[in-house]
Structures are given as structure tokens and as C-alpha cells.
Design a protein. Structure first.
Lengths: 116, 153, 202
């Protein structure tokens, strides 16, 4: 699993502008596997992505909707994408601000599908 | 929140706000309370500190038996809440943090903001000043009165 | 080391009951716990084996009241007495402000007392503390047992009290000598604090 996960993460990082990809445990916000560029704070991204996904999931469930499949947080300096990646896991990508967001989404959803 | 040393309050408040922890206790490695948030009885805090310091001390000894590198944080996951226990170094000596958190946050967030608090504490610690004499010379009279009151004799 | 909070005017001291296995360290704490008003004490925590022998430590926090304007708290700990629990004893002893050595007065436990007393000195030395500089009180426990079974306080004094520290005969199970012992150690610890030889903080 770990080797396969590593391979999937590295594929995501091949997209220009992606600075790192992580597999994160949704419940505790910890890194399960990672492929990160120098300078990316992996533990912080993992904790943030899991927290956002968890909160958003609770909010949508409270509205009677299913949990979101993909989350895209756009900031001035970059973006974070997070997709459900199988049993209790999240697939997360950290990117530059001007990344091809469509390509990242496709790649993450494809990778998430392969992992689950 | 209560802190023995006022400079601890800033970093601890930031940690509480950002991590959404329920209870926090900072103590020395000998189990003396430095600061706490969320406990209701000061005497219960002392028992929690004694037990927390005991756990860190005993896992530390266990780590020594098992290998050269010491353990970092210790997490005990319960059904509704979890306990995070971690020793760290400050300019004022070795301290321990005990954090109780629930489902509203995660271990990742606790760990992340705990590490930031440890950095903040290191930066805000004042240079140790000279010790001062604490008690008035005639304290013995008051001590005897207190002991009589305490033990009823 | 005593923790002194000048801002909130609080003092917290750690007192450790040391001695051989089954000498009555836990009994001291249990008696104190039973007699001190509830508002002035916390929960007594005992980490014991199924047969009620201390495995790690017992812990009892006490609020002494206000002394020289400082709210004063004591944390009472016991160590496990059995010889093989030395690692645990060292941990509990860390940062102690004062020690009560609880000796078992029974003649057949004489050697155990000596061994434990020596062990106390070794463990303190390992932490860089000279036993002569640490407030210490001796308690000769179980003096209520039949005279033919126990050594007299004078005998025990000769064997253990070469520093002439305060010493008390006791029957910890029923409480005799328990408060006297604690009172004497409290006074020594606070006197040392008053002299400015101990204490940490703002």
C-alpha cells in the first residue's frame, strides 16, 4: 500500500505548479505518505486539510447533503486541494497560485479512485 | 486560565484558540503545575500533573531500556476524547504539556500548534532572575496556626 | 524544588515519603487524607498492585492555608518500597523539597531500613543532591507493636539518625505521630525556603 501510495502521490506532483502531495488520515490530520518539495510544511498542510474537510463534511451533513468529494481552497500565495482517498484517508495537493486547477482536480480524483 | 508565570499566558492562549483543545496543563518534569486551562479544582490539577509527569518519566525510562533515542509525544486515544502528553525543553528547564482534546479538533492540529507554542515559550521566556527570599522571618507562627487548622489539633 | 508564584502569591512544595516496603508510607498518606477537611485536600491517587502494594506512587495534594501572605500547598508522594522498584523511586524523588523516611521499627526489618536509607542517599546523590542539604525527618513507625518485636526509638536513632534530624515514633495506621512528622518536615522545608536556599520562579 505504502509503495503504491507513494507512486500515486509522485504522479500528482508531476503536474507543473504542484509543490507537494500527501495522503492524510482524515480523523487525526496526520501524514500517512508524502511527496513534498523543500519548504512545504507537511504536518501543517495535513492538519489544515483534515480539519477543513472534517468541518465542511459536518456542515454539509447538517444540511442533509452528502460530504463533499473535493475541496479547493484558493489563497493568494497558493492553493490546497483535498479529495476523499478511500477508507478514512484524504489525498491532498499543495500548489502554486497559478496552477492548472482543472488538471489538479482531475489528477486527484483519478488518484483517489485508484487508492480506494 | 491560570499561569504561575505571566509570560506563559500569551503562548498558551494562542495554543488554546488555535487548537480548540479542551484542557491544557503545563508542568515541570517533577510534576509541579506551571499553567492550566479548563480544570475546575486546583487540587485535581495537581493530581493530573503528578500522573502526567509520572507517565512521561516512566515512558522515558522505558525508551532508555529499548534504545538510544527518547520518545516524543504520547497520545492516548479514547472514544470521545484523547490525551496528548509531550515533554519539551524551555529556557526554564524541562517541562511537560498535557492536552485533552475531542472530536472538534485533531491530533494533527494539536501537534502542530503545540510545537508552535513550544517555540513561542522559548522566545518569551525571560532571563532567570535572582531568587528572592519568600517568607517573612516570623512565618513559623503562621505555619503552626495553619497546621493546627488543617489537622484540627 | 518549591514553586513560588509571586504574582498570585502561591507556594507549592513536594514532600516525599521514603522507606522500605510495607513500612507504612501509604498509611501515613491515608491517615492524613482521612483527617484533613475535604476542602483542603485533593483526591488521593494511588497506583498500587492488586495486593495494595504501591506500584508507582501515591499522591495527595494538601492546601495548608496562607503563610506570610502566600497560599501554601503541599504535594505528598510516597515511593514504592520494594527493592526492585528503584527506577520508579528515582523518578518520584525528582524535585523533592523534603523527605520523610518511614522506618519499620520491627527488629526483623532492621537491615531493610538501613538498605533503604542508603538507597535514598544514593538516589539523591545521583540527582546531585547531598542528603545533608535536603530537609529530612525520620519516622519510627509501628511502635504500637509488642515491645519484643520492635526496636526502641533510641536503637533506631543510633542506627539511622547520625545527622540528628527531627524524629518521631509513630503508629501510622492509627495516626499517632503522623501529623507531628508532617508538621516537622513542613517547617523545615518552609524554613529553607524562607532562607532563600530553594525555590524557583517569578
Amino acid at each position: 500500500m505504502t509503495n503504491f501510495a507513494q507512486q500515486v502521490l509522485e504522479e500528482v506532483t508531476r503536474i507543473p505548479g504542484v509543490r507537494g502531495a500527501l495522503l492524510v488520515s482524515e480523523d487525526d490530520g496526520l501524514i500517512v505518505a508524502e511527496a513534498l518539495m523543500e519548504g512545504v510544511d507537511g504536518p501543517a498542510v495535513a492538519a489544515l486539510a483534515a480539519s477543513l474537510t472534517g468541518r465542511l463534511g459536518r456542515a454539509t451533513r447538517a444540511l442533509g447533503k452528502a460530504a463533499p468529494v473535493l475541496l479547493h481552497l484558493q489563497a493568494t500565495g497558493g492553493a490546497v486541494f483535498s479529495a476523499a482517498g478511500g477508507e478514512g484517508l484524504l489525498l491532498v495537493a499543495v500548489t502554486a497560485a497559478d496552477v492548472n486547477a482543472g488538471l489538479v482536480r482531475l489528477s486527484l480524483l483519478d488518484a483517489a479512485g485508484r487508492l480506494s | 486560565m491560570r499561569a504561575i508565570e505571566p509570560w506563559v499566558e500569551g503562548p498558551l492562549t494562542t495554543f488554546l484558540t488555535e487548537s480548540s483543545a479542551r484542557l491544557v496543563l503545563l508542568m515541570t518534569s517533577a510534576g509541579q503545575v506551571i499553567a492550566q486551562h479548563g480544570f475546575t479544582r486546583s487540587l485535581d490539577v495537581m493530581a493530573a500533573a503528578a500522573l502526567g509527569a509520572g507517565i512521561v518519566a516512566s515512558t522515558g525510562e522505558l525508551a532508555k531500556l529499548l534504545g538510544p533515542s527518547p520518545f516524543g509525544a504520547l497520545v492516548h486515544q479514547g472514544t470521545n476524547q484523547a490525551v496528548f502528553l509531550a515533554p519539551f525543553t524551555t529556557p526554564r528547564g524541562r517541562w511537560i504539556g498535557l492536552v485533552v482534546y475531542g472530536k472538534e479538533t485533531s491530533l494533527g492540529l494539536i501537534q502542530l500548534f503545540f510545537n508552535r507554542m513550544v517555540e513561542d515559550l522559548s522566545q518569551s521566556a525571560p532571563v532567570e532572575h535572582a531568587r528572592r527570599a519568600v517568607l517573612a522571618e516570623n512565618f513559623e507562627h503562621e505555619l503552626n496556626a495553619s497546621l493546627r487548622a488543617l489537622f484540627g489539633r | 524544588m518549591s514553586l513560588v508564584n509571586f504574582a498570585a502569591r502561591e507556594i507549592t512544595c513536594k514532600l516525599v515519603y521514603y522507606g522500605p516496603g510495607r513500612s507504612g508510607k501509604t498509611s501515613n498518606l491515608q491517615y492524613i487524607h482521612g483527617r484533613v477537611p475535604e476542602a483542603r485536600r485533593g483526591r488521593m491517587v494511588s497506583l498500587a498492585t492488586e495486593s495494595d502494594r504501591t506500584l508507582f506512587f501515591d499522591f495527595l495534594p494538601l492546601e495548608l492555608g496562607t503563610i506570610s501572605g502566600f497560599t501554601t500547598r503541599f504535594q505528598l508522594y510516597t515511593v514504592p518500597g520494594q527493592v526492585y522498584y528503584n527506577a520508579t523511586r528515582r523518578l518520584v524523588l525528582q524535585g523533592a523539597d523534603g523527605v520523610v523516611f518511614v522506618a519499620d521499627s520491627q527488629a526483623r526489618r532492621f537491615d531493610d531500613n538501613l538498605e533503604s536509607f542508603q538507597n535514598l542517599q544514593e538516589n539523591l546523590l545521583e540527582q546531585g543532591i547531598d542528603v545533608r542539604s535536603l530537609p529530612t525527618v525520620l519516622q519510627y513507625n509501628k511502635q504500637d507493636l509488642p515491645a519484643e518485636l520492635v526496636l526502641t526509638p533510641a536503637d533506631l536513632e543510633d542506627a539511622l539518625n547520625f545527622r540528628s534530624v527531627p524524629s518521631f515514633s509513630a503508629d501510622a495506621l492509627h495516626g499517632s505521630g503522623v501529623f507531628e512528622t508532617l508538621k516537622a518536615l513542613s517547617a523545615l522545608v518552609l524554613k529553607r525556603l524562607a532562607a532563600g536556599n530553594s525555590g524557583e520562579s517569578v
